[in-house]
Every structure is written in structure tokens, then in C-alpha cells.
Design a protein around this ligand. Structure first.
Ligand code: GTP
Ligand code: MG
Length: 344
């Protein structure tokens, strides 16, 4: 359903309510269909029963019911895309790459390469399918001032030659892959399809998840629909703001809500959601297993794929797949080079 779905056709929705809904990111029937009455009643200042009516009507209109047939589930699953890391060994671990309609958590200590992975995926997602991409654009929610256009530049130039050639043709850029000015133009075009927003604190970060949904909705029929949503880092603000033991439950609840919003984008728009999470590097840590990701259990349940990055010698990194549904746990080796992630 388009972003301009007429909300005023829904029962109990007048111009004022429609405006409140739109302002809060509920600008499509699909978005409304998966909202909870409590959530909607708060955002739009309507009673819970009106909210429930709105949701039910949106469900009918968007054809999003409580139950769906196995055929529908199959149809949606058939749309799942796989986004390549451009590292065969890692792609093999993942049976093709990072999946859309799922949350993938990339965790590891500082410098293990989490941000490099998110940058590389923001490049790869734009490639055509035959080159491991999803012909899509990326949203990058940046909570640690980590996004570097210069790294995107390096990584575009580091793509395999056939992928570069395909992209030059696709984007009508004249010239040769060996020509610097041609590649400058190509790099610019890649940067155009990465939407970056800095998150200043955890509640701003949560708001950006809603903005991401709006953007994905607006671009649903665009040439490059949003196929990747990165949050780097998912946990840093939450960790910094909710410090005491007494605040742990509150933090987890907020994180859970945030993940729910991200998951929604993934499911509604066939987008891969990739979040990063730092783990303590001190092996003598008092706080339990140093390789345990910060979000603890709740994050574990929500992220369908969990990938643990470990530093090895020099630019080598070990990538471990942990607890993935239907996939065997295993490890792969890659390098972080000037031109991006590369096979060993
Ligand atoms: P935190 O965000 O601090 O938790 O770390 P991270 O896991 O995000 O690490 P990040 O992805 O920033 O990886 C940093 C590592 O990537 C560096 O130690 C380098 O090994 C490598 N790296 C980063 N930028 C470059 C670059 O421009 N060239 C090369 N060759 N390697 C780079
Ligand atoms: Mg980082």
C-alpha cells in the first residue's frame, strides 16, 4: 500500500487524527495493521477501542489478517533475498548471505570489524542479484559517529571488476572501470543510495526506526527500494544511558521495543536488518562471559542470525555463525583490506 493511503477512509479517523498518525510514521495501512491498540491510542490520542477499530479496518484494507494460509507464508518466504558479504566462505556459512525479513546481529569487541561489515553491506546491497546484491538502497542509523563516506569510496573501488562494469552500465555512467573519474561518478551514485542518520541518544535512535519505516514506505516502488537497514551500534546509547543494575529491566524493555520496530521494517518491506553490538574484550571480565553480547537474552531472541567477529592476525577476522535457525554453526575467515571485506 502506498504511503499516501487515505487514512481518513478508516473508521474514527478525521483530518486531525490522520495528521497525528502520519506524523508518527503510521502513514500506511500495513503499518497500522501491525500496530497494537495501546501504541496507537497513545500516538493518536484516541481511545483504545477506536484504536482497535482502526487497526481492524486497516487489516482488512491491507489484507493483513491474524491468520494467513501456508501458501501466503510460502509466497512471502520466497521473496526473501540474500545479501552477499562478497566473501564466499561467509556467504556459504549463511547459505547465500544476510537474509531480508530477518534481523542479523553482528557482535564482537572493538576493532573486530562490525562497522566495516555494515559499510560493505551498504555497498553490496546496491548490486544486481547476479553479483550478490539486492538492487536496493540502504538506511544507516549511526549511533557512534561511525559512518565514513571515504570507506564507501574505498569499498566501491574494491568491488570485483565485473560488478563495477555492471553498475556503470546500470547507472548510465560512461567510461572505463580503470578510469578514476568514471569511478568517482560511480562512488557518488553509491553514496546517493545510502541514507544516513545520526542517533544522538537512545530515544532519538528509536524515533529513527520509525523514520526508517517511513523512508522504506516512500521508496517501496522506487528504482532502489530499501533492502538494508543497518543500526551501528544498536546498543551503545542504551548501555551508556541505562547504567545501574536497577535500570536493566527498563533498558531491555526499550531495546525490545526498538528491535520490534526494526523487525517491522524488515517484514513489511522485505528488508535485511543488520545491527551491531559490542562485547567486552577483557578476558578477566567480572561480568560473566566476555563474549556474551550486551543485549543479553532479549537480543538473542529477536535477532534471527547472530554473527560473532573475532580478531585474528593482522587484518584477518574470524566470523562465527551462532544459533541460526536451519543453519549449522560454523566459522569462516575473511580479511579487512583497503578495498573492503575480502576472502582469506
Ligand atoms: P567498534 O565500533 O569500536 O566496536 O569496532 P568495530 O567492530 O566497528 O570495528 P571497525 O569495523 O571499525 O574495524 C576497524 C578495523 O577495520 C581496523 O582495526 C582496521 O583493521 C580495519 N579498517 C578500518 N578502516 C580501514 C581502512 O581504511 N583500510 C584498511 N585496510 N583497514 C581498515
Ligand atoms: Mg564500529
Amino acid at each position: 500500500m502506498a504511503a499516501d493511503a487515505d487514512l481518513e477512509d478508516l473508521p474514527g479517523v478525521g483530518p486531525a487524527t490522520a495528521e497525528k498518525l502520519t506524523d508518527n510514521g503510521f502513514d500506511s495501512y500495513q503499518g497500522l495493521a501491525v500496530a497494537s491498540p495501546g501504541e496507537l491510542s497513545n500516538t493518536a490520542d484516541v481511545g483504545e477501542s477506536t484504536a482497535a477499530d482502526i487497526i481492524n479496518a486497516a487489516r482488512d484494507a491491507a489484507d493483513v489478517g491474524g491468520f494467513e494460509t501456508g501458501a501466503t507464508v510460502l509466497e512471502r518466504r520466497e521473496q526473501i533475498g540474500k545479501l552477499s558479504w562478497q566473501v564466499d566462505e561467509v556467504d556459504d556459512l549463511l547459505d547465500g548471505g544476510v537474509e531480508t525479513q530477518s534481523i542479523t546481529e553482528v557482535y564482537g569487541e572493538f576493532g573486530s570489524g562490525k562497522s566495516q561489515v555494515t559499510h560493505q553491506l551498504a555497498v553490496n546491497v546496491q548490486l544486481p542479484q547476479e553479483h550478490g546484491g539486492l538492487h536496493g538502497s540502504a538506511i544507516f542509523v549511526d549511533s557512534e559517529d561511525t559512518f565514513r563516506p571515504e570507506r564507501i569510496d574505498d569499498m566501491v573501488r574494491g568491488l570485483p571488476e565485473e560488478a563495477l562494469e555492471a553498475m556503470l552500465e546500470e547507472r548510465d555512467i560512461e567510461g572505463d572501470v580503470g578510469d578514476d573519474e568514471t569511478l568517482d561518478a560511480l562512488v557518488d551514485s553509491f553514496l546517493e543510495y545510502i541514507h544516513v542518520a545520526k542517533a544522538f541518544n537512545s530515544s532519538h535512535q528509536m524515533l529513527l526506526a520509525d523514520k526508517a519505516q517511513e523512508l522504506a514506505s516512500e521508496n517501496e516502488d522506487a528504482e532502489y527500494p530499501v533492502r538494508l537497514l543497518c543500526v551501528d551500534s544498536l546498543t551503545a546509547h542504551f548501555r551508556a544511558e541505562y547504567v545501574g543494575r536497577g535500570e536493566l529491566a527498563d533498558r531491555q524493555q526499550k531495546l525490545n521495543k526498538h528491535l520490534h520496530a526494526l523487525e517491522k521494517v524488515g517484514n513489511l518491506y522485505n528488508t535485511a536488518v543488520v545491527v551491531t553490538n559490542q562485547v567486552a574484550s577483557n578476558p578477566d571480565s567480572f561480568f560473566g562471559d566476555p563474549t556474551q553480547p550486551i543485549g543479553g537474552n532479549i537480543l538473542g531472541h529477536k535477532s534471527t542470525f547472530r554473527m560473532y567477529l573475532r580478531k585474528s592476525k593482522g587484518d584477518k577476522r574470524i566470523v562465527r555463525l551462532v544459533d541460526a535457525p536451519n543453519l549449522a554453526d560454523g566459522e569462516a575467515v575473511m580479511r579487512i583490506e583497503g578495498g573492503g571485506l575480502k576472502p582469506e
